[in-house]
Design a protein around this ligand. Structure first.
Ligand code: BGO
Length: 475
């Protein structure tokens, strides 16, 4: 009897490496129907009756990207007999988010703790038995790169596929959410019965439109579920999706705290910085301080300097050109005279004048001065001079004068983006933006829009979900 195994995991957890090791040359590459998402299938080199499907790398089973939709549709299609969920063991907390969602689907799962060679190299350790107890599914240590643990993994996966039982996890949400889920299961009854019941209940409680449309529940049931959702949201003062996401992370955090032992020396500087900047309480105040500094530098300090350079120099009176020593000495002497009472009185009476650069063979260089001089030299009519100097150059100059400030702002924002801080901010902001039907990724384009709308619209290309992208552009 043929066995279908689905390989699922986050991007970069080692799925391709493992898929290639397990299938060798027995691979077929195509596309998932209707989408340009690559589909890879192959026969297990140890048993040609076992077909392995490499699912697209995803961080969650939300319906926001084509990859997420393909993955969840396939997992719920009934086709896979078992899911081998690969996790990057060096980053267990982040990877277990997807794992807990797969477990909620109620299908047989085997967890492959991949990259164990790196965990050992870092001096860390993972209590596999305890992790398996918490998740309620078998956990196998692997290193796809070194080909370690692959046979044990496949043995376990085939055994679970034959058993066909779902994980018996003790993993759950807080009491209020569990009670709300029980009510949803009760309301939806037979319509969501079966192995996916918990998954459907979670999605209905979150108010996920895709699931609501798919289940086609009567209006009466939908309004009862909406009432359960509203009661939970009022009690927790947050939206249902965020409550569930946060509680999932809390539960994962508890499991990791119990099962993962990090070597103290293994914590990198990046991890230490991450801990502070993505901290739930400190994250937003830190962000406000950083953004204040970014705008302060671009508008007040460096920004003023470069804008003055453009407004007063390039599009203003310009700079004195040629040797200015004699002129500078005269200005100094003049200022000295002005400081005396007689000198000030003489200046008031018009008896002495400020040194004129022209008397020292100096002239100003700047766009209006140079163009004005040239127009005079060619004998341009006064209206032409006024059109060019007061209209075109002054008009364009007034706009271009702000560009240096924007350049400074974009350099600083680019630096924050490049060093990965913006991605962390998107993570922090996700919770807030979800309330407005947007994702945390909408935040960066909106921030850039405070400088200029055009690059902001261009920055929306990082938002995979088309609806979110359109909403962000319009907002
Ligand atoms: C590069 N152990 C270790 N140490 N590395 C692993 C393991 C493991 O068990 N499994 C995978 N990797 P993918 P997705 C790479 O490509 O299979 C490594 O996205 C590099 N490439 O070798 O592609 C694997 O399919 C240059 O690393 O993951 C790969 O899930 C420098 O994890 C990476 C360093 O594996 C992602 C690494 C040019």
């Amino acid at each position: 009897m043929a066995i279908n195994i689905a390989l699922a995991g986050n991007p970069n957890c080692g799925k391709t490496t493992m898929f290639n090791d397990l299938t060798g040359a027995n691979q077929y590459v195509g596309n998932w129907p209707g989408v340009t998402v690559e589909k890879k299938e192959g026969k297990y080199r140890g048993d040609k009756e076992v077909v392995i499907t490499d699912l697209p790398g995803v961080y969650s089973l939300s319906p926001y990207t084509p990859e997420e939709i393909v993955t969840r549709d396939y997992l719920m299609s009934g086709k896979p007999d078992v899911v081998v969920n690969l996790v990057d063991a060096t980053n267990l907390e982040r990877n277990l988010y997807l794992t807990t969602q797969i477990i909620d689907l109620g299908i047989p799962v085997v967890l492959a703790l991949n990259m164990m060679d790196l965990v050992e190299k870092n001096g860390d350790s993972i209590n596999v038995a305890e992790l398996s107890r918490h998740l309620g599914c078998p956990v196998v240590e692997t290193s796809a790169l070194k080909g370690r643990g692959m046979d044990a993994l496949m043995e376990r996966a085939i055994a679970e596929a034959k058993k066909g039982t779902a994980p018996t996890t003790e993993f759950g949400f807080g009491q209020k959410v569990e009670e709300a889920l029980a009510k949803v299961i009760d309301i939806a009854g037979a319509r969501i019965s079966g192995r996916h019941a918990r998954w459907y209940a979670i999605k209905l409680l979150e108010g996920e439109q895709l699931t609501i449309d798919k289940l086609n529940l009567p209006a009466g049931e939908l309004s009862k579920i909406a009432a359960v959702r509203e009661a939970l949201e009022d009690a927790e003062d947050d939206d249902a999706e965020s409550i569930i996401t946060n509680e999932r992370y809390d539960a994962i955090g508890d499991v990791c705290a119990e099962c993962v032992k990090k070597s103290p020396k293994a914590m990198t500087t990046t991890q230490k910085i991450d801990r502070v900047v993505t901290n739930r309480i400190l994250g937003i105040p830190i962000f406000i301080v950083i953004m204040f500094l970014v705008y302060y530098i671009s508008v007040s300090t460096v920004g003023t300097l470069v804008t003055d350079w453009a407004n007063d120099g390039l599009f203003g009176d310009g700079w004195l050109y040629t040797n200015t020593e004699a002129y500078d000495a005269a200005v100094e002497e003049f200022e000295g005279v002005l400081e005396t009472a007689e000198g000030a009185a003489a200046f008031e009476a018009g008896e002495i004048e400020e040194p004129d650069p022209a008397d020292y063979g100096l002239y100003h260089v700047g766009v209006p001065v140079v163009v004005g001089g040239w127009l005079e030299a060619v004998g341009a009519a006064p209206w032409v001079q006024s059109l060019v100097l007061d209209g075109i150059i002054a008009g364009v100059g007034a706009v271009i004068g702000f560009i240096p400030q924007l350049i400074v702002l974009f350099i600083l924002l680019g630096f924050l983006e490049g060093c990965g801080y913006m991605a962390r901010v998107a993570f922090i902001m996700d919770r807030i933006f979800r309330r407005f039907g947007l994702s945390g990724k909408s935040f960066i384009p909106m921030l850039i829009a405070s400088g200029c709308g055009v690059p902001a619209v261009m920055a929306t290309k990082t938002i995979e979900n088309e609806k979110d992208r359109r909403m962000t552009i319009m907002t």
